[in-house]
Ligand binder design. Structure first.
Ligand code: SF4
Length: 360
């Protein structure tokens, strides 16, 4: 069955070397194949220094390209948003989104870990879509590789960074509800024979699954971002329903024990919703929750979507809210919104594409 084949995006040098050795191919060819792979070239037919016979064998023995690009949108600020279709396995034909965000000195890929999400946060567009399943590690890493390939084929304007220096798990899905796929993908991202990214350059965003955060800390203590959005249980129960299972007191203790390297911090993400969580008392509640030594707050503007019953706080109000947090000694920033002209928030391209398909 195809889904049991090894996946080229995440196969280790050791495993690929053993596989091709069993075909009588010399070891150095495995390194050559991974050099192509790490640049984003997944189709063996494009691996120019690989003999034809080996290319064919790779194509038939591995899942080489688990994703097919369906749509790409480019923002005037250089942000690129991608819609991919899964090409094999249980989720064949389903769609996921990824985003590339270029800045002067860094290039960040935001990746999805699930198709849909089970957690139903009411302000989130992905939460309104059906949960279809977990992505495999190969399907997660293939998003990073597909973005690299796209940047090779069509570079960005010279003033923007056109390489992948950072990866964030902030796309569709709750990464820690897919521990197997996500843990494996993290070891592939940091593999010295793979994408060689330092843990400092990887951020995982979670809604706050306490036992899973503890396990992440043991396996790969990458940067952590928490979708906080409220600092009192009653409101957070409504906005982030997993809070009913792991309330703020438990989350607090868990974050205090998460292992952080030097000069690293946990980011508390706070989507600002007009009249809901942007009241004067919310400043006080947040100030009471934040661990000043280890955490900073990132205020995020709400990207509205069709059918949403929420409205985002005004820019002016967000700045004022940030100022008040800062006056209490909290490191707070208002996140610069990127790719607004292409609606670059998770779940929106997929939903738009489904609507187009329905209309056609
Ligand atoms: S905010 Fe995150 S955890 Fe909540 S529904 Fe959306 S994708 Fe899932």
């Amino acid at each position: 069955m195809q889904q049991n084949l090894p996946q080229l995006p995440v196969i280790t040098l050791e495993k690929l070397t053993a596989l091709i050795a069993s075909w009588g191919v010399p070891n150095y060819r495995a390194k050559q194949v991974l050099q192509w792979r790490n640049r984003g070239i997944l189709n063996p037919a494009d691996m120019l220094n690989i003999p034809e016979e080996l290319r064919e064998r790779l194509s038939s023995s591995l899942v080489c390209e688990p994703l097919k690009l369906v749509q790409r949108q480019c923002s005037s600020d250089g942000t690129r948003k991608y819609l991919f279709m899964l090409t094999s396995g249980r989720l064949k034909g389903k769609m996921v989104e990824s985003v590339y965000i270029p800045e002067e000195k860094r290039g960040t890929v935001c990746i999805s870990s699930q198709v849909g999400c089970v957690l139903d946060c009411p302000f989130c567009h992905t939460g309104t879509q059906d949960f279809e399943g977990n992505l495999s590690s190969g399907e997660i890493i293939a998003q990073v590789l597909a973005v690299k390939h796209d940047l090779l084929k069509e570079p960005l304007a010279a003033e923007l960074n056109a390489s992948v220096t950072h990866v964030v798990y902030m796309g569709m899905g709750e990464p820690l509800a897919n521990e197997e796929g996500v843990h494996e993908s993290l070891s592939s991202l940091t593999d010295p024979d793979g994408l060689k990214l330092s843990k400092r350059r990887i951020t995982l965003s979670t809604s706050g699954l306490v036992p899973q955060i503890d396990r992440l800390g043991e396996v790969a203590s990458v940067n952590l971002a928490i979708s906080l959005h409220a600092a009192e249980n009653r409101l957070r129960d409504a906005l982030v329903p997993i809070n009913r299972k792991y309330p703020l007191q438990e989350l607090r203790q868990c974050l205090n024990r998460y292992s952080l390297g030097k000069q690293r911090h946990i980011t508390l993400e706070y989507v600002m919703l007009d009249g809901i969580n942007d009241r004067p008392e919310d400043v006080e509640l947040l100030a009471g929750f934040v661990n000043l030594d280890r955490e900073r707050v990132n205020l995020i503007s709400f990207n509205t979507y069709p059918g949403s019953s929420y409205t985002g706080s005004s820019k002016q109000h967000m700045n004022e809210f940030a100022k008040q947090l800062i006056s209490k000694g909290i490191r707070a920033t208002v996140r610069r919104s990127r790719g607004q002209d292409i609606m670059a928030a998770c779940g929106q391209l997929k939903a738009g594409n489904r609507a187009e398909n329905r209309e056609s």
